[in-house]
Write a protein that binds this ligand. Sequence first.
Ligand code: 13P
Ligand code: SF4
Length: 346
Amino acid sequence: DEAERTDRIEAAKAELGDDLVILGHNYQRREIVEHADFIGDSYQLSVEAAEADAEYVVFGGVTFMAESADIITDDDQTVILPSMEASCPMAGMAEALQVDAAWAEITQAAPDDEIIPITYMNSYADLKAFCAEQGGAVCTSSNAADVFEWAFEQGDKVLFLPDKHLGENTAHRLGMEDDVAEWDPWDPEGKDAEEVAESDVILWDGYCQVHERFRAEHIEQVREEYDDANVIVHPECRREVVEAADVAGSTATICETVANADPGETWAIGTEIHLTNHLQRWHPEVEVVPLCGDACMDCNAMRQIDPNYLTWVLEELVAGRERNVIEVPPREAQLANVAMERMLEI
Ligand code: 13P
Ligand code: SF4
C-alpha cells in the first residue's frame, strides 16, 4: 500500500543521501512529486540536475527530458528513468532519420533560401544533434519567439519541429501568420513544395494529443460558468485556444501565475490534468478548475512513471545496481548540447 511504499522510498532516499537527487516534472502524479527534491518544467529540471552534483539523478518525467539531463550533467552523473516506456508521443513524431529524409525535399523546394531548423525541447537528442549540424537550435515554450528571431537573422526560413501548434503560435506572435506552411511527412499531399517556397515558416506536422483536446468553446463555457474566470493554457494548444486565453506559458509559468493569484480568483487551466490537480492542492485559496472539465487528459507517457517503479530503481541503487540508465551516445550528446547552448546564448 501507499504508506508502505512511502516508507520504502524514504528509506532508500536516506540510504543514498547526497548521492541522489529526484526530479519530478509538473505532470507527474502526486505519489511521485511528493518524493521529488525538485519539481518544475522540463528545462528547469535539467538545470537542477546539473546544479545538484548528486551521482544519481532519478528523473520523474519522459525520455527526452532524461536525455537532456544526461547531456547537461557531468559525465560522472548517472540519469535514471524509472520506466523505459515513458516516451512522449509528440517527440516520437519527428524521428531524426525521417527528418533527415524530409530535409532533402524541403531544401530542394527552396534552393535559394537558407532554412534554419529549430526543434522544441520536446524532441529526442538525435534530432537536436541534427539541428545543430544544420545551423539550427533548440527552444522551449518560453523562448520560442526569441529563437525564431535569431533564426531569421541567420537565414531566410525556419523549419519548426515537432510541435506545429507551438510553431504556429510563435509565428502569430511575431506577426507572420500569413507566411506559414505545414509539412506532413506521412501524407504525400501534405508535402507542398510550392507552399514551402512561398512561406517563411514551415511547420512539421507533430502535436500533443493532451493539448490538442482543448477548444475555444471550452474557454467560452468556462467564462459563462465562472464570472471572473481567468484562463491560462500551454502554448502546445491550438492557435484559437491560445488567442482566446488570458495567458499562455510553460508549465513553470502556469505554476507561477496561480501561485501569484489573489485569494478568491478563478483560474481555468488548459494543460495536463495532474498539474491542475497539484495546483488545486497547493493553492486552496485560489479556485483552480480544469479548462475542459472531466474531458481533460493525463499524459500517457508521464503516467508510465509508476511509484512502484520509483521504489524499484531506488532500492536497486541501494543494492548497487543501476537500472534504466539513460545515456546519450557521446557524439550525439555533444552536438545536441551545441543546439541547447545556442538557445542559452540567444
Ligand atoms: P514544459 O516544458 O512547459 O514543462 O512542458 C513540457 C511538456 O511536455 C508539455 O507538454
Ligand atoms: Fe509529450 Fe504532450 Fe505528454 Fe508533454 S503532455 S510529454 S508533449 S505527450
